[in-house]
Design a protein around this ligand. Structure first.
Ligand SMILES: [Zn+2]
Length: 172
């Protein structure tokens, strides 16, 4: 009787362990799948932007040979901004900053370039914020840095993180 009980207990434990392992494996597969999807999306984005970059460069070259006019200037400006954005989509943030004619956008591109260039372990030491969750009546620690957007580094997606306290940026 006691033995039977122990066997049942052992069998239950074994089946629970198998399930846990399987769940863990499935989890790993899911995460790997999501990472692959994200990576594919970035690679598609880079390929698309590279192709469009060529077309925009051609348009700029053709436009340059036309006689000067207000419309020509306007169209050139638009194409140059488009080119800067296409550089940015390929992770070429320095090129994007050097190309744009818009100060605000240059700042954004330069921030991305700086964040990518900075060593990953160079992070500020700002303490986490303590936020009160009223519904659950407890305090939560919230990291002082926050993901702002996804950047491209060497063809791979990285998170641009900005510190809410000191404004420090990094991408990893
Ligand atoms: Zn900070």
């Amino acid at each position: 009787m006691v033995e039977e009980f122990n066997i049942n207990k052992a069998l239950k434990a074994i089946s629970a362990r198998v399930t846990d392992t399987q769940r863990e494996e499935q989890n790993k597969l899911n995460i790997a799948g999501r990472t692959r999807l994200k990576q594919n999306a970035i690679q598609n984005q880079i390929a698309r932007a590279a192709a469009q970059e060529l077309a925009v460069r051609d348009s700029i070259r053709m436009l340059e040979s036309e006689p000067d006019s207000e419309i020509k200037t306007l169209r050139l400006r638009n194409l140059i901004e488009r080119l800067a954005e296409l550089y940015s989509q390929q992770g070429l943030y320095e090129d994007a900053a050097a190309t744009t004619l818009d100060d605000a956008r240059r700042e954004v591109y330069q921030r991305s370039a700086d964040a990518i260039a900075k060593p990953d372990n160079e992070v500020c030491n700002c303490p986490p914020e303590i936020v009160t969750d009223r519904a659950k009546q407890r305090h939560i620690r919230v990291d002082s840095t926050q993901k702002v957007e996804t950047l491209v580094r060497n063809g791979k997606p990285v998170s641009l993180r900005v510190c809410r306290t000191c404004g420090d940026v990094n991408a990893y």
